[in-house]
Design a protein around this ligand. Structure first.
Ligand code: AMP
Ligand code: MG
Length: 395
């Protein structure tokens, strides 16, 4: 199944299961969350016309080239008097422009005479250096639509409008399940044949950044009865996210449990790493089963599970930003699956980690992004590919 088709299906399923429920949180707790209601401006921004410069405010019609008397001094945070006719006002950046003034000249173009009057040395024009009231937003205007993912910039914007709290979509509850008899969590000794569980940490940290409430469902042995029992404990989750146990040829306990008490779709994705992906329901709870190799987990979470979760949160545009870059490597073997190589940019050209095995997570730690090599494609140096920065995906 081509990636686009799998994504389309997942997003359609997400649209059918939007998260219900919102909560009001302080701006300090809103980073990474999704706006449940449009942010509407309750004021004009700026609330009054103000000076963009340190200088002098005047009425252009009062000025005929002669020096003007300074009639008041206005600093940021002060309320000015109306400008006396035929005078100018000393003014500083961010200070309100007094009524009657329609021009601000910067102090560098003003000469203070010995009698205190000010002569302007350059030509002046109407409204120069004035930031007009409401230039950023007008009262009642929608500033951010519902479904906006909040980050430092959006929170700064909300603060500029005086909001102390925001109505956000409740956190999705995501149960993270690691399947595999071989898995041991860090901190425990490794027995023969065992490996440390890396996917759990990867996914839990990533999900927390995504604004999810993580239910840590631990390690699940490769055993049908235990799989059933564990899934049954996770009924309060909005999504069960498991890794491993979906390789071809393996006893697929997750799949069996889903078939028995829900439904199951097993997709062979035409991407590498990350071929097998499970989507289904267990007693009504959505389940996504990612492949177990750490680089496969990373790629399938980034390209499929992450956009699915964002869409359930009400985010419309879930496609990560990608840039087009030339490659500084060659690719001789055209694949029948689309490859997502872990790569970096060096002088604007993509280079890739030497070992692209799906079991190697270090490749992704080294990388700055995913280099997309389309099906059937070979690459010569300088050919262009899409590069998806990891910074886009890991938020
Ligand atoms: P599976 O899909 O269960 O066949 O797993 C594929 C490969 O990924 C095997 O080498 C597993 O040992 C490995 N693997 C599965 N789950 C994890 C995990 N949570 N952490 C690290 N490696 C894993
Ligand atoms: Mg396994």
């Amino acid at each position: 199944m081509p990636l686009e088709q799998a994504l389309e299906r997942l997003l359609a399923l997400a649209d059918q299961a939007p998260l219900e429920g919102t909560e009001r949180v302080a701006l300090a707790d809103a980073d990474g969350r999704v706006l449940a209601q449009a942010l509407v401006s309750t004021l004009d921004l700026p609330p009054w016309s103000n000076s963009a410069m340190d200088g002098y405010a005047l009425r252009l019609a009062d000025w005929a080239g002669e020096p003007l008397v300074v009639s008041q001094r206005i600093q940021a945070g002060q309320a000015p008097l109306p400008l006396a006719a035929g005078t100018c006002a000393r003014i500083f950046t961010g200070a309100p422009v007094p009524a009657g003034a329609d021009c601000v000249e910067m102090q560098e173009n003003a000469e203070v005479l010995s009698d205190g009057r000010v002569r302007f040395t350059e030509r002046l024009s109407l409204n120069q250096n004035i930031r007009p009231q409401g230039q950023e937003t007008r009262i009642g205007e929608q500033v951010l639509p519902a479904g906006t993912r909040l980050g430092p910039i959006e929170l700064g914007l909300a603060a500029s409008l005086g909001h102390a709290t925001l109505e956000v979509v409740r956190k999705p509850r995501v149960a993270v399940l690691s399947t595999g008899d071989e898995l041991v969590d860090p901190g425990q000794p490794l027995g023969p044949g065992q490996i440390y569980n890396s996917n759990r940490r990867l996914l839990v940290s990533w999900l927390q950044r995504l604004g999810c409430e993580v239910i840590d469902a631990g390690i699940l042995p490769d055993d049908l009865a235990k799989t059933r029992a564990r899934l049954a404990e996770l009924g309060q989750a909005d999504l069960i996210l498991s890794t491993g146990g979906v390789s071809v040829g393996e006893a697929d306990f997750l799949g069996v449990a889903l078939r028995e008490e829900g439904e199951l779709a097993l997709w062979k994705l035409a991407i590498k790493p990350g071929k097998p992906l499970t989507f289904g329901h267990f007693r009504g709870t959505a389940v996504i089963g990612l492949p177990g190799n750490p680089a496969s987990t990373l790629v399938t979470f980034a390209l499929l599970a992450r956009p699915y979760l964002l869409r359930r949160l009400g985010v419309a545009d879930v496609a990560p930003l990608a840039i087009e870059v030339p490659v500084a490597f060659t690719w001789g073997k055209p694949g029948n699956r689309r490859e997502y190589l872990r790569g970096r940019l060096e002088n604007g050209r993509a280079v890739i980690y030497p070992n692209q095995s799906s079991g190697v997570l270090r490749s992704a730690a080294w990388a700055e992004g995913l280099v997309e090599v389309l099906e059937g494609r070979t690459l010569a140096e300088g050919d262009r590919v899409r590069f998806i920065p990891l910074s886009e995906l890991l938020r």
